[in-house]
Structure formats: C-alpha cells, structure tokens
Design a protein around this ligand. Structure first.
Ligand SMILES: Cc1cc2nc3c(=O)[nH]c(=O)nc-3n(C[C@H](O)[C@H](O)[C@H](O)COP(=O)(O)OP(=O)(O)OC[C@H]3O[C@@H](n4cnc5c(N)ncnc54)[C@H](O)[C@@H]3O)c2cc1C
Length: 358
C-alpha cells in the first residue's frame, strides 16, 4: 500500500489531536512547530486553563482519555459590574498548558510520539512558506500566530497581558472579571491549579488599556493579595467567522483549532473545542464530506455567538444593564450554553449554573 504523508503546522491541542488520529489511521505524520519545544508560545505558557469538559464523551470522540491532565475546580467566582456571582464548579476543570511534563500539551505529545508522529521544532510557518507547503496540509497554529490575516480569515485584533506565578494553593479556583475598572470591553481571569496561578487580561486595541491594566493589578493586590511580577503582552485575534477548508495559492488547506474560528468568542474557551476540532481536521483529511458534516454539526451556533459577542462588546451603559440581568432569579447563563455544543455530551443545563449572587 502507498504511504500517505501529511504535514501539520502547530503542535498545540488541535494539531496534536489531529496528528494522533491520523497516525492511528496509518498516515505518516510530521508536525512542524515554531517553538524549540512542545508547549506553545513561550510568552503565554506555562498557564492554567479552565474549561467545561465531559471526559468520557470526549474520549469517545477524540479517541484518547485526557482526564489525567485535569483537576477539579473548587470555586468559580465572577465579578460582574459590582455583582459577585458564584457558579457551580461541578462540571468545570483546570488543566496546565505549556512545556512542563505535567501539562496537557506534554501529555498529548507523549501519545503522538508513541503513535509514531514525527516532530520538527523551531519551524515557523509564515506567509512566504505557505505557498510551498503540500496541498491538504493542516494548519493549526492558533490565533496569536497572526496567520489569519494572510489566510484572509475574518478576525478582530486584540491584545492580552499574561502572567503566571508559582504559589502553594490551598484550593483550585478561578476568578473572572467583567467590570468597569478593566474597561468596557475588557475581560480578565485568574486560574489556580495546584502550585500554579495564571492571569490574563484582554483588551481591544482602541481602549486606553495601559490605564485599565494598572487598575486591574491594583485591584488584584487589594482584594486577592495577588501580585504577578512579570507580564507579557501578546497580539492576538478573535475569530469572527468559521472556516474549515481554505483555498489559497491554488491549494486547499484544512484549518484546525482557534484559527478555524472553533473558539468561544465570549470567554475564549478553546481547550475542548481545539480537541474536537483536531479530530474533525483528521476526519477531513480522510473524507472532506464527513469532516465538513462534523464541522457544521459542532459549529452550528457559533455564528450566532459571534453576533452576540459583538453586541455585548458595543453595548452602551454596561455597568447599568448587566447587573440588572442578575437581579432576577436567573440560575444559568443561557446564551453560553449553546456555545458549548463543542463539548460532546454537554447540555446547557450542565454548565455555568449560578449558585449565589450578591
Ligand atoms: C493566554 C491564554 C489563556 C487562555 N485561557 C483559556 C482557558 O482558561 N480556557 C480555555 O478553554 N481556553 C483558553 N484559551 C484558549 C485556548 O488556549 C485555545 O483556544 C486553544 O489552545 C486553541 O488550540 P489550537 O490548537 O488552535 O492552538 P494552540 O494550542 O495555541 O497551539 C498552536 C501551536 O502552534 C504554534 N505556532 C504558532 N505560530 C506558529 C507558526 N507560525 N508556525 C508553526 N507553529 C506555530 C504554537 O507555538 C503552538 O504550539 C486561552 C488562550 C490564551 C492565549
């Protein structure tokens, strides 16, 4: 039988999931990664990510178990325009990202190596190289790669400040911030898992973000007694449209992960959808029709979510409108549920159940 070769660009969650699945189907897979080691962009990692996930159903879909890399979340609080909203953390989990042996990235890398996937590190896909990469390659470089512009994908540029510190934690927790002191469009979160605490704060470029960033740091020190000593600024892009197959330079490329728009536009949840998206990219290599069907099935609500997030971003008087939403006895955030279609087995009722508001 003729050997089938496949190139995958980006050794993140979606690229590695695609690689594992294709290697198992008998493909000779090579993954090309910009960094000199596994674990994603050096500026963003190590970090702690929080995500809703159903391990059994995820395993059934992607073909391997990721549960060993996740820990239970014990507390999830959101500071939403002067309200403190406590969510039921029951279906939410924390995972470590980055180069450490305890990370999800490293765990997937080990499985991929076992399946015979080849790796080339320190290889950066750029607009000049794209012309010469093989037809039907998978591009899974994530959104900070900046390739979305060259691939003519619709996106909104934004920046984030990221930091991570080592700290002995009593419990795993996540804090989310939507408040005027981080700017009208801003969103920030702190996630702590065992000995790591990471922080991220996002801004659109038209904001006076340095001012808000200073305010946020002050707030963290005052309310949580948390101080991060080194922050990195990352240019990133929020996808505005979904795209599985991209025709460019007379070739067709399969997009995977956040670059394909398979990404929550509200909170930036992308761990679960990157795993699913990697599996779909692998399916697409085997059969374009099947891959397209699966892509449509999982992303059918995403276009609506892109519109909703745009409305939210431009909503005037958020500090008055948003707290009112939490006055009535709501018990979940219904608009988020449909976005979680990307998690096999999840229903709206499972996630973001509100247990207390004050
Ligand atoms: C700071 C931050 C915090 C986040 N927090 C959360 C969270 O709490 N919960 C959650 O669910 N999601 C979170 N996300 C989103 C989640 O990380 C992504 O959606 C998910 O990792 C996307 O997977 P991916 O495979 O598309 O990209 P990634 O996993 O980012 O992998 C992309 C890979 O491509 C490599 N690469 C980049 N450019 C090139 C290039 N030009 N050539 C070759 N290789 C390249 C990178 O080094 C990396 O290894 C966060 C994202 C960021 C940036």
């Amino acid at each position: 039988m003729e050997e089938k070769f496949i190139n995958i660009y980006g050794a993140g969650l979606s690229g590695l999931t695609a690689a594992i699945n294709l290697a198992r189907k008998g493909y000779n897979v090579t993954v090309f990664e910009k960094e000199k080691r596994i674990g994603g962009l050096e500026k963003c990692n190590p970090s702690v990510h929080m995500t809703p996930i159903h391990f059994k159903k995820m395993k059934e879909y992607i073909g391997f178990d990721v549960e060993p890399c996740f820990s239970e979340l014990k507390k999830f609080k959101a500071y939403i325009y002067s309200k403190i909203v406590q969510f039921d953390p029951k279906y939410l989990y924390l995972t470590e990202r980055g180069p450490n042996k305890t990370s999800l990235d490293y765990y997937l890398f080990k499985i991929a190596k076992r399946e015979g996937v080849n790796f080339e590190f320190s290889y950066q896909l750029n607009p000049n190289i794209i012309k010469s990469i093989p037809d039907n390659s998978i591009i899974a470089t994530g959104n900070p790669s900046g390739l979305s512009k060259h691939l003519k994908l619709r996106h909104i540029p934004f920046i984030h400040y990221d930091s991570c510190i080592k700290k002995g934690n009593k419990e795993n927790f996540c804090l989310a911030y939507f408040d005027s002191y981080i700017g009208g469009y801003g969103y920030a979160y702190i996630a702590a898992k065992e000995n790591l605490v990471s922080a991220e704060i996002d801004f659109f470029l038209n904001q006076p973000y340095e001012r808000y960033f200073k305010k946020f740091k002050k707030k963290l020190k005052e309310t949580q007694n948390l101080e991060f000593n080194k922050w990195f600024i990352i240019n990133d892009n929020i996808p505005e449209k979904i795209c599985l197959l991209k025709k460019i330079h007379g070739k067709t490329f399969v997009l995977a992960g956040a670059l394909s728009g398979f990404h929550d536009p509200f909170f930036g949840f992308g761990v679960n959808s990157a795993l699913i998206s990697g599996k779909i990219a692998a399916m697409t290599i085997v059969s374009k029709k099947r891959g397209m069907q699966e892509f449509k099935r999982f992303t059918r609500d995403l276009s609506r979510m892109f519109i909703l997030s745009k409305i939210y971003n431009h909503l005037p008087f958020k500090n008055i409108v948003i707290p009112r939403l939490f006055k009535s006895e709501i018990t979940s955030l219904p608009f988020i549920g449909s976005n979680l279609q990307s998690i096999p087995g999840f229903t709206q009722a499972d996630c973001f159940k509100i247990i207390n508001t004050n």
